[in-house]
Design a protein around this ligand. Sequence first.
Ligand code: NAD
Length: 481
Amino acid sequence: MKVLQNYVNGKWVYASASEQIPVHAPSSGEQIVFCPRSKVSDINSAVDAASEAFEGEKWKAFKPHERGAILFEMANMIRESSDELAHLETLDTGKPLSQARSDVEAAARYFEYYAGAADKVFGETIPVEPGILDYTIREPVGVTAHIIPWNYPLQVASRSCAAAIATGNTVVMKPAEDTPLTAVKLAEMFDRTALPDGVFNLVMGYGAEAGAALSAHPFVNHITFTGSVETGSAVMTAAARNIVPVTLELGGKSPNLVFADCDQNLAANWVVKSILQNAGQTCSAGSRLLVESSVKNAFLKKVVERMEKAVIGPGEKDPDIGPILNGTQYERIEEFMNAVYDEGGTFLLGGAREVVAGYEGGYYFQPTVIDGLSSYSKVAREEVFGPVLSVFSFDSEEEAIRLANGTDYGLVTGIWTKDIARGHKVAEKVKAGQIFINNYGAGGGIQMPFGGYKKSGFGREKGLEALRNYTQLKNVAVRVY
Ligand code: NAD
């Protein structure tokens, strides 16, 4: 079976230890490849390479538009290999092929977007007093670490490394041990460009080993992390010891607020899409439905009808719902489902594992709708990370807002109403990083700053805003006369 290699300082290398991590295809449960189990010494080599490349003359000599040209080249290569990349992403994550194709296009767009931005990052002149010329320069921070989750591996890897390279930094990336395949392809593509050795490095391994070593490394100057709150907190603690800034994107419990006056068919389509996409394993999944009491029954009927029709199957067959990543993630969902009964909830749909003929080794979960839970219950407040929708009703705007804000998270909120003034008013009061009125996601939103309030994290990825993560500001004051 194929053993993947790390990519360090422009070379493909085996990890120092002989142990490897088996990687399984979620759709079938079968092993597909081994990934290296990198240890501290492997992380040290990658960070050293990134550090030397950052200080080296070669990378510093790149003009901003030349950095952009490399990123444009990456976007082109991603599009040329889009079929291969989509199949790899589906194999690795189990997600439906058409969703993997969208992820590949999003990845290309991130490279293209930040390619164009590379020569448009600049400082200001600041009026201080006659005779003083004061100006600021946006400088790269140095070695940037990128710890990538398993749910959107290619997209998340692309968005942060493209922004970091556009601004002149160097990168050490650690993909999730469950889903390393497309990160390896990115490294292969970088290898074909004129990027100097050491600017992009890829090190694979377990989070608690390789990820922890990377987070704690004193030569890392910024960490971008996407994943769970617990791990985000561990990464931030390690970074704090070195006074290193972090950008944390930590998931959510995002609500769709459905008012009686909305276009109910449109809202129902999106409520369903927002929770079924990637089998609910999405940080911005619309996992709570808050619906105005007067239309609750009629609206729920539409939602349940749509969810019932969802086809469950292996990613390669492009169903509506693919498998859950692995047994561990499945068991987490099952625990939540057991709590539903204890917490007085009722299943309007689903709630159990689905066995797919010919793919018995995969963990498939039925589309699930739960009613009757208290808004204080575990299932109502915590991230399930499965195709599981919890339903609550409200009688007033105030109650809708209180429910929307009633969890520790604040990533995304959907508001469905024809009363746009109300849409704005509710948007103002909801504590979330992204609000969508009469849509959910705006087609992917490469350009829109993305990140959370509260335990959904801080710092923003995507859009021009992300460039701030990878630059630091220097102020220069010159006496000119
Ligand atoms: P995780 O947060 O532990 O893993 C995410 C990434 O962090 C992986 O690359 C992992 O190897 C790495 N990591 C793990 N421990 C680390 C450590 N101590 N130091 C540095 N890096 C470390 O997530 P998980 O255990 O795979 O999933 C658990 C839950 O997390 C999921 O059920 C879901 O609720 C949430 N999650 C959220 C997202 C998201 O998009 N926000 C993504 C993945 C998981």
